[in-house]
Design a protein. Structure first.
Ligand SMILES: [Fe+2]
Length: 365
């Protein structure tokens, strides 16, 4: 993937690690380094499928510490890999703050141009957060770091906060939509609208996700003031989802579960990505990928969505012929590997035989 030079230079200038792998096995364990002027340890992730497209920063807040206030000219979604604390968001640097408490597996949005400050409430444990935004794309359009990191307009954040009123970080609400109208959702009937999702590991308000198989369920997340969105899929023990592909920049984080994913370019070799809580990976541009649950519990994965222009007809069912394959059409080695992995653990597959026989097989919900 061609890179954004302004963003590349900016990253290198921060003198913190830049991880350029296919996957991170546990983001809670990777090495960070002090980020000058920011009061925390941090690293950038530029995994193979996100390079030059989306930013991921991992930031750690020491026990009892509050970070330097920060403002960016792009929306930023934050997932809490570990720890608990308080967020304070305001329209201007010294303006009235909207505060909320976050904990392990929280997901929240910091709107573009608002000031925000994060504090770790624990006196003993560090907190680790995963920040996701579209900065590299934005810098390609406007290669001016100050425009995004140091914008003189002090009212941009206030406008965003005013537009949504006092309930900015209250509990998300379910919104019904005609089936098929939600970006990337296939046959989902509703999404959740809000800036704060307190605990994705415990979230149980899920909708059947019929299009992707395995009897999986999903929450589609929309943030009221952002074009960025996300979803979390939950799928049963000892099953696997249908293989599919799309564009770059979809960053997957695991809140809970145990398994692996396969990722491969058309006709190419399959890369195995083992995952568990804290893993992060990104399917490279147009590579097929497929998720397998080897654990005894349902597995959960949160997917931060790339800019819609890059999804390249991604997850829509009308593209299923080209961008998604049904179980009867998959390479037989896919099923063999899954059953072999389970056998190594003394387990058997719970995939119904009918799914391998009938292309229109439907799980019961
Ligand atoms: Fe995908």
């Amino acid at each position: 993937m061609p890179l954004c030079q302004t963003y590349e230079t900016y990253m290198k200038d921060q003198e913190i690690p830049i991880y350029r792998e296919y996957f991170i096995e546990d983001v809670r364990e990777i090495k960070l380094a002090p980020w000058k002027g920011r009061g925390c340890n941090a690293a950038f992730l530029q995994l193979a499928g996100q390079e030059g497209v989306v930013e991921v920063r991992v930031q750690e807040i020491e026990p009892g510490k509050t970070l330097t206030p920060m403002k960016m000219g792009v929306d930023e979604a934050i997932y809490v890999a570990k720890g608990q604390g308080v967020g304070a968001v305001s329209g201007t640097k010294d303006g009235v703050k909207k505060t909320f408490e976050w904990g392990p597996h929280s997901l929240f949005l910091i709107p573009a141009n608002t000031w925000y400050q994060l504090s770790n409430m624990s006196g003993t444990e560090p907190a680790r957060l995963v920040h996701y935004n579209y900065l590299p794309i934005a810098l390609t359009a406007t290669p001016d770091l100050d425009f995004f990191l140091n914008h003189p307009d002090e009212n941009g954040g206030s406008r965003v906060l005013d537009s949504i009123g006092g309930e900015f970080y209250s509990q998300a609400k379910a919104v019904e939509e005609a089936s098929g109208k939600i970006r990337g959702a296939g046959s989902i009937d509703y999404y959740w609208l809000g800036n704060f999702f307190p605990d994705l590991k415990a979230w149980d308000k899920l909708s059947p996700y019929r299009g992707r198989g395995a009897g999986g369920r999903v929450i589609f997340v929309k943030f009221p003031t952002a074009e960025m969105d996300a979803h979390m899929s939950v799928f049963p023990s000892r099953t696997y989802k249908k293989g599919h592909r799309h564009g770059p920049g979809v960053v997957i984080v695991i809140p809970s579960g145990e398994g692996y994913s396969l990722m491969w370019p058309e006709g190419g070799e399959k890369l195995v990505v083992p995952w568990r809580e804290g893993s992060i990976f990104v399917p490279p541009n147009r590579w097929f990928h497929q998720h397998f649950n080897l654990g005894g519990e349902p597995a959960r994965y949160l997917a931060f969505h790339a800019p819609p222009q890059l999804m390249i007809n991604a997850e829509k069912l009308e593209d299923a012929q080209r961008d998604q394959f049904e179980y009867p059409d998959e390479d037989p080695s896919i099923r063999e590997r899954f059953e072999g992995e389970l056998a190594n653990r003394g387990l058997t597959s719970l995939m119904p035989e009918g799914a391998y026989q009938d292309r229109s097989f439907e799980w019961e919900y």
